[in-house]
Each structure stands twice: as structure tokens, then as C-alpha cells.
Ligand binder design. Structure first.
Ligand code: PMP
Length: 389
């Protein structure tokens, strides 16, 4: 038994996902493994609504930033970063590592990117790419990637639209082709419902062309798409191929989870997450608590960032939740880190937002049979010693 992991990733695993990890040593070119990676690549096309190239590479979400920056940006090129928190700062740093000239579009904490401002910036100079953190995990802010991508396609058609979907793929709607998105970066451990260990990406055909037309060599060995494109193609064609050893068991686990996502229906999944988020928000509001996002129109559906009531600190809540077998996360945004906490309700974890819901039978090894997160947050005011604030 373990404590229910209700942080915004890693999320709880379905027991079939966990089972897939506990398999005998398997060659990465075994006939049993090749179709597992091959089919996972195909499933990602469905999940991201893209005809482009998915990548599944051992690493984490951060590797997706490196892959984007080192393959698509050449030194001296301009990149616009829509920054809604900690992960915007970090993506900017990564881009600068490869010589990008980064302009941050920053907004007050809890606000979403301002599309009018983005339009102005797009007119001010030619950006090679724009990055948008779809859900910044440090604030729970949901960016309107459809509108921003639409503005880019209208005003600056050659600018690549890059979405950091680490905290959104599998819980928020993303339609790469229809919305004109070129890159989606994500990782296995959030709404995709698998253990940490995989960098997962979708890359448009246009972005691959831009990559192929680059003038300078890629300043990275492992992340170079020239090495990975033939590998992804080979596995998809069910051929053995090798550049660097895939994380075999992680891919097996991801494969189970991707099949579940697709068989449950992706559209259905968006609805389920919206419902869970609405329940979470109602519960939080009923407790008299305030969310970090400043408006419900830009609040994530897979996680919630919540300010503590006045005079309450992380020490008052997180250890007490843990004593009741629930793990939540503290604040991450440096300017307000001590003032709020975060809970995840992505993927399988969404069921824990239903007060009094039945035992979550499919959450592997959970200690808290039939006990759910949100009612436990009542302990914030259980002792009547905390006032609202
Ligand atoms: N972007 C966002 C929005 C994230 O939430 C995270 C991880 N929490 C990352 C990027 C980095 O991903 P990883 O920790 O898997 O490297």
C-alpha cells in the first residue's frame, strides 16, 4: 500500500500500467517489443491529432525542451516565450542555452497570456518560434493555445508554434493539425498516466522541414533528430533499429496507458477532466479558498493551485494530508511559493475528486480504499482554527 499520489505529476498508475513495468528483461529489438513502441507512436498521432512525427525517447519533459531548442533554433534566432510561471522561465533558459534570443511575454501571476499583447509582439519582429506553456504547473494557468496559434498563423505564418504540454497532454484539448501547432512537448508521468522516464513529442511536418533546412549543425548529440527520425520510422514500420537503448519497460507501461486513453475516447477524456476540475473548483470555493488562476476561463482541468487561507502554511496542511495517506504538492512559483498548494486531478487521479466516490479499484496499491482527496481538504477548516483569506 502507498499514499495516494495527488501531486500534479507523477500521477497514480492504473494497475495494468504498473503490471506492464514488471516484465522480464526484454531486448529493445525483440519481436515482442518492436510493435509496442511502433503502436505507441501511432497512438500518439491520434491523441495529439497530428499527421506529423511523434517521438518517444528515454528522458523527461525537459528533454523535449532541449529537442525543440537544439533542433529547431539556430544561434541568434528570436523566440517569443509566453510565460505564465516557473516553466516558462525554464524553457526560456533552455532556449538561450542554444543561442536563442528570447523575449518573454510575462503576465501577472495567475493571468493567462494576453493574446492582444502577443499579436503586438508578433508584429514587432520576426520570431523563429513562439512557445506557450499550455498549463504552467506552477500556477495552474491554462493558456488558450488555439487562439494564440491562430494569431501566429494569421500574422506570422513562418513562426513555429511550440506548446509545452507536459501538464496538459491527455487532460486538455490539443489539436495539432487543426490549430496549426508545430511542436507539442510532453512526458510520460502526467496525464499520459505512465511512470516518469519518457520524453514524448509530436512534431509537425512543417517543423521537420524547417529542421531539415537548418544551416548550422545541431549542437547536441543525444537529442539530434537526425539520429531519432530513422529510429521512430523503423519502429513504426515494425523494423528493428538502434541509436540509443529505449526505456523498454517504460515504453511498455506507456503503451498500456495510451491504449486505455484511446479506447476510452479522447473527446470523452476532455469532458471527464472538465467535470473533475469543476468539482474540484466548487469544492475549493465552498471551503472559501481562492485559486491561483485569476479567472475560471483560464484554469487548468488537470490540476488546481490553491492559496492557503490566512495564517495557514504548508506545514499546517501537507503533513496532515500525508498522515491521512494523501500526498499533495507545495507551491513552486518563487514569488508565492509559501502561499499556496497544488493538487493533481489528471488521468486516473480525476476519480478522487468525486466526494464519496466508490473505491478506485484500478489505482494500483493505494492505501486509501474508497477515500478521496477532496473531502480530506476539509481538514483545512476541520479544526475551525483557520479563517478564510
Ligand atoms: N513543463 C511543465 C509544464 C512541467 O510541469 C514540467 C514538469 N513538472 C516540465 C516541463 C519538465 O518536465 P520533467 O520534470 O518531466 O523534465
Amino acid at each position: 500500500p502507498h499514499k495516494l499520489c495527488m501531486i500534479p505529476g507523477p500521477i497514480e498508475f492504473h494497475e495494468d500500467v504498473l503490471q506492464a513495468m514488471s516484465t522480464p528483461a526484454t531486448s529493445h529489438v525483440a519481436p515482442t517489443f518492436i510493435p509496442v513502441l511502433g503502436e505507441s507512436i501511432e497512438l500518439l498521432r491520434n491523441i495529439l491529432f497530428t499527421s506529423g512525427q511523434p517521438f518517444i525517447i528515454a528522458g523527461s519533459g525537459t528533454l523535449g525542451w532541449d529537442m525543440t531548442a537544439c533542433n529547431l533554433i539556430e544561434a541568434g534566432e528570436e523566440v517569443l516565450v509566453c510565460n505564465t510561471g516557473y516553466f516558462g522561465d525554464r524553457f526560456g533558459e533552455c532556449l538561450e542555452t542554444y543561442g536563442a534570443k528570447v523575449t518573454h511575454h510575462r503576465v501577472p501571476i495567475g493571468d493567462a497570456p494576453n493574446v492582444d499583447e502577443v499579436r503586438k509582439l508578433l508584429k514587432s519582429k520576426q520570431f523563429k518560434a513562439i512557445t506557450i506553456t499550455h498549463v504552467d504547473t506552477s500556477t495552474g494557468v491554462l493558456a488558450d493555445i488555439q487562439r494564440i496559434a491562430g494569431a501566429v498563423r494569421e500574422l506570422s505564418p513562418n513562426t513555429l508554434v511550440v506548446v509545452d504540454g507536459v501538464c496538459s497532454v491527455g487532460s486538455e484539448e490539443i489539436r495539432m493539425d487543426a490549430w496549426g501547432i508545430d511542436v507539442v512537448v510532453t512526458a510520460s508521468q502526467k496525464a499520459l498516466g505512465a511512470p516518469p522516464g519518457l520524453c514524448v513529442m509530436g512534431v509537425s511536418e512543417r517543423a521537420i522541414e524547417v529542421f531539415k533546412a537548418r544551416k548550422t549543425p545541431v549542437a547536441n548529440y543525444y537529442a539530434n533528430w537526425n539520429r531519432w527520425l530513422p529510429i521512430m520510422k523503423a519502429y513504426e514500420e515494425r523494423r528493428a533499429s538502434y541509436f540509443a537503448t529505449p526505456a523498454v519497460q517504460n515504453v511498455m507501461a506507456l503503451h498500456v496507458s495510451l491504449k486505455q486513453i484511446v479506447s476510452q475516447g479522447i473527446e470523452n477524456r476532455f469532458v471527464v477532466h472538465k467535470d473533475a476540475a469543476e468539482k474540484a473548483r466548487k469544492f475549493i470555493a465552498d471551503l472559501g479558498l481562492r485559486l491561483v488562476p485569476t479567472d475560471k476561463t483560464h484554469t487548468a482541468n488537470g490540476m488546481s493551485a490553491v492559496y492557503y487561507p490566512k495564517d495557514v502554511t504548508a506545514m499546517d496542511l501537507l503533513p496532515r494530508l500525508a498522515a491521512r495517506n494523501v500526498v499533495a504538492a507545495g507551491g513552486l512559483h518563487v514569488e508565492i511559493a509559501t502561499q499556496y498548494f497544488r493538487i493533481g486531478h489528471m488521468g486516473i487521479s480525476h476519480i478522487h475528486t468525486s466526494a464519496g466516490s466508490s473505491t478506485p479499484p484500478s489505482t494500483a496499491g493505494t492505501a486509501v480504499d474508497g477515500q478521496v482527496l477532496l473531502p480530506r481538504l476539509h481538514l483545512i477548516d476541520e479544526d475551525k482554527q483557520f479563517s478564510d483569506g
